[in-house]
Design a protein around this ligand. Sequence first.
Ligand SMILES: *Cc1c(COP(=O)(O)O)cnc(C)c1O
Length: 389
Amino acid sequence: MLSSAVPAPGLPRIPLSEPVIRGNEWQYVRQCLDTGWISSAGKFVDRFEREFAAYLGAPHAVAVTSGTAALHLALLAAGVRPGDEVLVSTLTFIAPANAIRYSGAVPVLVDADPDTWQMDVKRVVAFLDACRDTADGLINPASGRRVAAVLPVHVLGHPVDLAPLLDAARRHRLKVIEDATESLGAEVCGRPTGALGDVGCFSFNGNKLLTSGGGGMVVCADADIARRVRYLSTQAKDDPVEYVHEEVGFNYRLTNMQAAVGCAQLEQIEAFLAAKLQIAARYREALAGRPGLALMPHASWARPMFWLYTVLITGGSRAVMRAMADAGIESRPLWQCLHLNAPYRDCQLLGGEVAVALQRDALSLPSSVNLNEADQERVIASLLGALSR
Ligand SMILES: *Cc1c(COP(=O)(O)O)cnc(C)c1O
């Protein structure tokens, strides 16, 4: 078994996460092409919105061009204004922080919780409780700015500990915007992530659980927020016929062809989720108790979906990553913490040491839903071989 950890010419490369197109994608895209309904309106856009909302048990869903666009419009529709502050984890893909900036607001960066690797909710609650409640809203005493929202990002498929966060947000009358892209299908408090806060955002980029090529979705219970997102996504057009605009909008609508792919992918979501759980179970079984290696967390209150199965390698993950790459196996570190990226270096940071240590040690392993058992054995052997050297 261990011999396969040696670079073996001829063995196929194992990707980190690749889309699996094996349902009605061709048939639905063909319908778009055959009927001429290829652009930003059509029955697949409506259907994708309807079926995605139903899947999450949410009243409204609005399809947009990307996950980043979803976050941008969610922030605007939730009432975030220029000069406001929004709390977000420092250990995340950069898109949510960029979206905060697009809205003119300023991120306050939060350390990761060592038990879940997610936004440290205890730090968030302590921060909010130390703010001043005024007639103008909740004021951060350190900056004098209004705190407008909290943006928990459920990273890698494990949920953020949302119950205490929602509780504190309600107490301080703050909006909670979930970035549930990486946790589509995960649950907490018996409900799906993305449908727990005021607004939920999703991306359908190529490496997510579901893909539409590119695309995103905003999900919410509030009809006014949904209307506002839809309005802003279509250039803020105020009249169905006349081109009249009261404000600056965006061209953020998903095309019918992309929605067609999304609809076909959504039909397969249960199989995709089952595959992710099985991949996680196999990694857990093979890697538990190995010295120098820690498994991905699984909190007792959470039902994760393990989008990318990720381990910690004591002392740093990059040497193992390089050894696996030599064996034709793609693995990936976590994102550089936001507070270490130039645009966010000056942001207020709550803690940060846990996130930096996770960024040094974490390694995401191949987790495509079509990863077969033999290939996963190869990944495991390669990882253990590199660890022992
Ligand atoms: C991929 C991703 C995004 C960005 O989505 P795009 O569709 O590429 O704009 C946002 N947030 C998270 C957590 C992601 O993983």
